[in-house]
Design a protein around this ligand. Structure first.
Ligand code: GMT
Length: 377
């Protein structure tokens, strides 16, 4: 099939899912066209059936806010017409579902019928989309998509609670390329460069937005560090990084906490991680946790949103109430206190990720594209 993919091209989870999906579809022989303002960070190759079309915004001094949706929907129309795309799959409702709706209407005028699949990822519903500023347009564009998918049961329920949704939302879990993590395993894990043999390694990966509660990450580590020799790796960039660094200094942890910035080598870093920390305020799914689990890492997280669908309490890690850093630290210590317990959690985590494999999820998306396209003939 000929599929257009629209996403945020950044390190965020929705962009990662969209990019991995597009690359996998192209590997399977579909023709895939990414339509974004930058080449997605994980899009590391282009080929005869994998293309990238940049949305360029013309800056004009009159505008305080540049009209990105207009540029995006115009680009969608151009690419659909030129490459005869059958489906536009937009990731993250704001503003992609709205722009896709506009593109669809413009194409209709030209006698073309493109199908729109919208995948809801998280804050496009929970934090941003349901805000009165955007709610009307988000609800409208969800209801006017041909197919709507959500990345967890929790996100589906929340969407139905917060909006007046008139269509069925199909849950399709996020996925991972299990092989990539298997291979990273075999590589020379340079654990020794960061920690002494008797130390445990904790990792956090995020875009350091307030919703990720990175100060809680530092506080959990601080409690653990009192009992267990360990190191903390903080991967990512974002608005809360400075606060987290300040707290590290205040708690006198600078020798044991490393801020490594954004990385395209997350799989390699995870291969020597013992416990992944994700104390988020909310997380529709928690792809970062799933990636960590695929690398064989136990997870300490909150019990919010879709996290209980990914991290199994007492098996792959532990879930705690939001903000309960003492409980999270206590659970983390119970996992790393001896090698046998740690190995059991790591093994369970890795095993659990098989149900989220690319091989099992990819055909589900293909079926969605086929069914919505078939329904128009
Ligand atoms: O909603 C966001 O915070 C942005 C989005 C992203 O692009 O990173 O993250 C969401 O989508 C991911 C991929 O589906 C999920 O794994 C994250 O849990 C989700 N984030 C939140 O719900 C906070």
């Amino acid at each position: 099939m000929k599929i257009g993919i629209v996403c945020y091209p950044t390190f965020g989870g929705s962009g990662v899912v969209a990019t991995e999906l597009g690359m996998a579809l192209a590997n399977k022989g579909h023709e895939v066209h990414f339509i974004t303002y930058n080449q997605p960070v994980r899009l590391d190759f282009l080929s005869h059936n994998l293309h990238f079309h940049q949305v360029v915004i013309e800056e004009y001094p009159l505008f305080e806010y540049q009209p990105y949706e207009l540029a995006l929907s115009s680009k969608m129309v151009e690419v659909v017409r030129k490459h005869e795309l059958e489906v536009l799959h937009v990731h993250y409702a704001i503003p992609h579902a709205y722009a896709a709706y506009m593109a669809k209407q413009m194409l209709k005028e030209k006698g073309l019928d493109v199908r729109v699949v919208t995948t809801l990822h998280g804050t496009d519903i929970t934090l941003v989309g349901s805000h009165p500023t955007y709610k009307t347009a988000v609800e409208f564009s969800i209801n006017n998509s041909d197919v709507v998918t959500a990345v967890s049961n929790s996100l589906k329920e929340t969407t139905n609670k917060l909006f007046n949704i008139t269509k069925d939302i199909k849950v399709i879990y996020n996925f991972i390329d299990v092989e990539k993590y298997e291979n990273a395993d075999k590589e020379d894990c340079k654990r020794i460069a960061l920690a002494k043999p008797n130390e445990r390694i904790f990792t956090h990966v995020s875009n350091f937005r307030p919703v990720k509660r990175v100060e809680d990450v530092v506080r959990i580590f601080s409690e653990v560090r009192k009992e267990i020799p360990s190191k903390l790796l903080m991967i990512g960039e974002g608005p809360e990084r400075a606060k987290a660094e300040k707290l590290v200094k205040e708690l006198k942890l600078t020798k044991d906490v490393f801020f490594l910035g954004n990385s395209t080598e997350v799989a390699k870093i995870l291969c020597y991680t013992d416990v992944f920390l994700l104390p988020s305020q909310t997380e529709s799914f928690g792809l970062a946790a799933l990636e960590a689990m695929a690398a064989g890492t136990a997870v300490i997280s909150t019990n919010t949103g879709g996290l209980p669908e990914v991290n199994i309490h007492g098996e792959t890690g532990y879930l705690s109430n939001l903000g309960d850093v003492v409980d999270m630290a206590k659970n983390a210590i119970s996992i790393v206190k001896d090698d046998a317990t740690l190995d059991r959690f790591k093994h369970n985590a890795k095993k659990h990720t098989r149900q989220f494999s690319l091989e099992s999820i990819l055909p589900v998306y293909e079926e969605v594209y086929k069914s919505c396209y078939k329904s128009k003939v």
